[in-house]
Design a binder for this molecule. Structure first.
Ligand SMILES: C[S@@+](CC[C@H](N)C(=O)[O-])C[C@H]1O[C@@H](n2cnc3c(N)ncnc32)[C@H](O)[C@@H]1O
Length: 261
């Protein structure tokens, strides 16, 4: 693909992932035993505060059994599986990484958030968790999300924002500044609203994220399987740098829920 997104693809590219996942998951129990979102949370929820953050965002977005949800930049698929398992809703995940497939109420497609492969107005809700910081063309990102949502639909975003000063790299979404495109919280909200949204909820979640990182630092990385299986041995360092950037006031965490106007 020549869409200018190869640097981001390379950052998340995991070679031999299927085999590594099989080995890591074998430690959790026999292959025919169903794993819970809680067992997998340290591995497949690729954002600050893991499963707890997804659970909170789903509540804020008012997701229920009848909500058709689009998870933009769905990563390893943990948030999509959690939503379907918890609410019984249909969830479609889209990510740059070469994954596709369907299981029960969850389906995944490989596509860019900047060219979503869906018709106008076909989802009730869209989630965007820790993805926007990889995307330079925010106007296009938020316009695409608005386009595929029904009028009155909800957009729930949970992302890292620029606060004060240059972040230390590498961080979990970018090993260098070349694939990192951060905006401040007000600039993020403004870009979203300009795409045709009305803000319902906007909260600064930096302090709760800092507390989570402080606890992580004290207790050490979560037991395997965790995101190190996917991102490689340096993941603990990437995560520690995000914690440090938050502690030093360089970065912040924004949660916002908006309505498609
Ligand atoms: C930090 S992970 C977050 C994954 C997931 N949202 C979660 O919270 O578990 C960021 C994900 O965004 C995806 N991504 C980045 N830029 C994208 C784009 N332009 N289109 C689709 N996915 C993108 C990456 O491939 C990666 O899987």
């Amino acid at each position: 693909m020549t869409d200018g997104l190869d640097g981001v693809r390379d950052h998340y590219r995991a070679t031999g992932l299927t085999e590594r996942l099989k080995t890591a998951l074998a430690a959790l129990g026999p292959a025919n035993e169903k794993l819970t979102p809680q067992q997998l949370g340290a591995l497949d929820q690729f954002h600050t505060r893991g499963l707890a953050a997804t659970a909170e965002l789903a509540k804020l977005a008012d997701i229920g059994a009848d909500t058709s949800v689009l998870d933009v930049g769905s990563g390893i698929g943990g948030p999509a599986r959690y939503l379907a398992a918890t609410y019984g809703c249909r969830v479609t995940g889209v990510d740059l990484s070469e994954r596709s497939g369907q299981s029960g109420q969850v389906s995944f497609q490989a596509a860019s958030a900047l060219a979503l492969p869906f018709e106008d107005g076909c989802f009730d809700a869209a989630l965007l968790q820790h993805v926007a910081m990889n995307i330079a063309d925010r106007a296009r990102l938020y316009r695409e999300i608005r386009r595929v949502l029904k009028t009155g639909g909800r957009f729930a975003t949970f992302d890292v924002v620029l606060n004060d000063g240059e972040p230390h790299y590498p961080v979990p979404w970018a090993r260098t500044p070349a694939t990192s495109f951060l905006l401040t919280a007000p600039a993020t909200r403004e870009a979203i609203e300009r795409a045709g949204f009305r803000t319902l909820i906007s909260q600064d979640d930096t302090e709760v994220a800092k507390a989570w990182f402080a606890q992580l630092r004290a207790s050490g990385p979560p037991p395997s399987p965790n995101l190190g299986v996917v991102m490689g041995a340096d993941f603990a360092q990437l995560a520690a740098n995000l914690g440090r950037n938050l502690m030093e006031g360089r970065l912040g965490i924004l949660t916002a829920v908006l309505e498609a106007a």
